[in-house]
Design a protein. Structure first.
Length: 192
């Protein structure tokens, strides 16, 4: 049960871009698998939001929910969705410990000279970067979509989201390719 709990919780943190505290505070009544929605209540900046999720994440949550039904629900439908064997919420400390062990087992680490090793919160950053890369590949107006990403992540404004958008080689390549196409179109109009 517990490996499935942590696996599903980590999938939610990445797949829905949730803060660890948001994932841990999800209650059974906050997970609507029919509509593929997660209700996130009173988070950072005192905001609440509804987060749509994809089919794969919905299936993973459905699998977990079936197993979760065998655990106690001390508060009924308002009980913790991601629960320890007692039915109580999984602790942040335990989640961090599991994440460190998984990271070490997978050999994921930064050089010792770096300020910190990959953190649980980096899953959220990675989700944001991957979403922007996907938008570049889809050919959409990324600048116009950033407010949507900010709302999805529960940020007050776009500047909060831009901090998450670390320039990775993959993101840089997509942005550069987009700019090269833009510049090539400009040349055709001035020389044509």
């Amino acid at each position: 049960m517990q490996p499935l709990t942590y696996r599903t919780l980590l999938l939610v943190l990445y797949g829905a871009g949730l803060r660890a505290s948001e994932g841990l505070r999800l209650r059974c009544c906050d997970v609507d698998l029919c509509e593929r929605l997660l209700s996130i209540w009173d988070t950072k900046f005192f905001k609440s939001r509804v987060v749509p999720i994809g089919e794969d994440l919905c299936r993973a949550l459905g699998t977990y929910r079936q197993v979760r039904e065998s655990l106690p629900k001390p508060a009924g439908a308002r009980s913790a969705f991601f629960a320890a064997r007692s039915g109580d919420v999984v602790s942040r400390q335990q989640l961090e410990k599991v994440f460190r062990r998984l990271r070490q087992h997978a050999g994921i680490r930064r050089p010792a000279t770096e300020r910190w090793q990959p953190r649980l919160h980096d899953l959220r950053h990675t989700m944001a970067v991957q979403r922007v890369i996907a938008w570049y590949r889809e050919g959409v107006d990324v600048e116009a979509r950033l407010p949507l990403l900010a709302a999805y992540l529960g940020h007050v404004n776009v500047s909060g989201t831009q901090i998450y958008l670390t320039m990775t080689p993959e993101l840089l390549a997509e942005a550069s390719w987009r700019f090269e196409r833009y510049a090539a179109v400009g040349k055709e109009h001035t020389h044509g």
